[in-house]
Design a binder for this molecule. Structure first.
Ligand code: HEM
Length: 185
């Protein structure tokens, strides 16, 4: 994460790079009425999915190897909050900081879960794919106008990719710019 400090500016730059417009952000916000009633089912589906695979399941087990339901309930709340904050995303809001905090918890395990290591970055990518698919299905299923559902789905995909950049930032080590004199040495 060397040299990158202005997360809001980075997210704004990425939004511009993927062509996420203000009209599309408003379209995403307008999907709240369709998506929020399904938020609990969606987060439950994500956690059911995590529990299917040993490498993701292990983050939600108690010491006796049983699934820790209390932890899952807390995590479902976090994910639901993330979904709601995503729907409300404004280019100039404070969402990037919320997102970065969440991102670092996955890439840099807190001491109580140090023995489990990072959540492998590929599962962050996979979760975004899972969410993208679920949202597209919900929009097509629940919206009367298929053209509008498609536009909303495209806008959601862009926003999720912009987020993925931040979610992965703690894992990615980019090569910093080297002065030419050092390159030649
Ligand atoms: C789109 C991908 C994901 C998002 C947006 C997300 C979101 C969040 C959020 C908002 C929190 C709360 C952070 C805080 O306390 O400030 C959290 C915590 C957590 N997430 Fe995720 N998550 C994602 C993927 C995953 C995956 C793939 C796993 C593992 C299979 C995972 C496991 C955890 C764990 C174990 C915590 C608790 C961290 C701690 O020990 O405090 N998450 N997540």
């Amino acid at each position: 994460m060397q040299g990158i400090v202005d997360w809001a500016a980075r997210m704004k730059q990425m939004a511009e790079f993927v062509g996420l417009t203000q009209t599309e952000l408003e379209l995403i916000q307008s999907t709240a009425a369709v998506l929020v009633p399904h938020a609990e089912a969606l987060t439950a589906a994500i956690y059911d999915h995590f529990l299917l695979f040993p490498e993701t399941r292990k983050f939600f087990l108690r010491e006796d190897g049983e699934v820790d339901q209390d932890r899952i309930t807390r995590r479902k709340h976090s994910l639901k909050r993330w979904l709601e904050n995503t729907i409300q995303y404004q280019v100039d809001g404070d969402f990037p900081v919320f997102l970065l905090t969440a991102a670092l918890v996955h890439s840099h395990p807190p001491s109580h879960r140090a023995h489990l290591g990072s959540v492998p970055s590929r599962f962050m990518v996979g979760t975004i794919s899972f969410v993208q698919t679920a949202i597209a299905q919900l929009l097509f299923q629940e919206m009367d106008d298929p053209q509008k559902a498609m536009m909303a789905s495209l806008a959601w995909s862009k926003l999720l990719m912009v987020q993925l950049d931040i979610l992965l930032a703690g894992y990615v080590d980019e090569v910093p710019i080297q002065p030419r004199s050092q390159q030649e040495a």
